[in-house]
Design a protein around this ligand. Structure first.
Ligand SMILES: [Zn+2]
Length: 279
């Protein structure tokens, strides 16, 4: 098994050795797509438009700022084509679509609670462990071991936007839409195995509204605890199957709807007009 380092953490090589929250979610979405990604046979199409910010890059801009000056500069250098304007009077300056990242940073920088909980912690701490015989990896955005908590930092469109959960046919907030109870449950478990300590999972979320909103979130309510247990049960119920898909022992299921599935789609049957599924 490869030893995890900051350099290889996000590599496909280590994805073969360790399951992660994002990989598990990918498998839930479409097993065929995730297997193709792991085999290097397919990668998500990069967005072509430059008029809107890539959410991942915007999020990482904010993250790297609070990690360290060096990390932030390295991040900008690595992504300068996407981030910086290449022409005219604004050449070399942050593109308008990414200026929001600066607003978010300013808002968080001015916050005492963020300064107390998030800023002093160790950044980008890799944690590993075993969940029922399967190796997992995770990365804590900010860890305060001696104070007994870790924090994750999220950027979202709007903290109070509603998201449709098609399975449960109800509206849910972003934390449920993105399955953050699962991420927190996994990180709690991995940090316990890595450090032998029961750490409180915390989250700071900032919105991408022109005047950013922010929120400090804990997972301590009875309902949060229940959602974390249910998320862990879901992992236990499905991770063996995903491992078997990776090992070629069972055929991956194709969702039939994602980008990967659409590429090679061949019609083979009629759908009754009255049976078209909606989310
Ligand atoms: Zn699919």
């Amino acid at each position: 098994m490869l030893k995890l380092t900051p350099e290889n953490y996000y590599s496909i090589e280590t994805d073969w050795d360790y399951m992660s929250f994002s990989q598990f979610k990918n498998f839930e979405e479409c097993e065929a797509k995730e297997l193709a990604r792991l085999k290097g046979e397919w990668e998500p199409t990069k967005k072509k438009s430059t008029s809107t910010a890539d959410p991942l890059i915007l999020g990482n801009y904010v993250h790297s700022y609070f990690e360290s000056k060096d990390a932030h500069e390295a991040f900008i250098e690595e992504n300068k084509k996407e981030l910086l304007s290449s022409r005219g009077a604004t050449k070399g300056k942050l593109k308008a679509s990414y200026k929001l990242a600066k607003e978010i940073i300013t808002s968080l920088n001015a916050d005492d609670m963020f300064a107390y909980f998030y800023k002093p912690g160790d950044k980008e701490v890799i944690v590993t462990g075993e969940i029922e015989g399967i190796a997992w990896k995770g990365k804590l955005d900010s860890l305060s071991l001696k104070n007994g908590f870790f924090c994750d930092l999220k950027t979202v469109d709007d903290l109070h936007k509603r998201h449709w959960n098609a399975d449960e046919r109800r509206w849910v907030p972003f934390v449920e839409d993105r399955q953050y109870h699962m991420q927190m449950a996994v990180y709690w478990e991995l940090s316990k195995q890595t450090f032998g300590k029961d750490l409180a999972p915390l989250m700071f979320a900032a919105s991408k509204q022109s005047i950013p909103d922010k929120m400090a979130i804990d997972f301590e309510s009875e309902e949060d605890q229940q959602l974390m247990r249910e998320a862990m049960d879901k992992i236990l119920a499905n991770q063996d199957r995903y491992r078997k898909v990776m090992m070629g022992e069972v055929e991956p299921k194709a969702c039939g709807r994602c980008e990967y599935c659409r590429i090679n789609k061949q019609l083979s049957d009629f759908t009754h007009a009255s049976d078209i599924e909606v989310d």
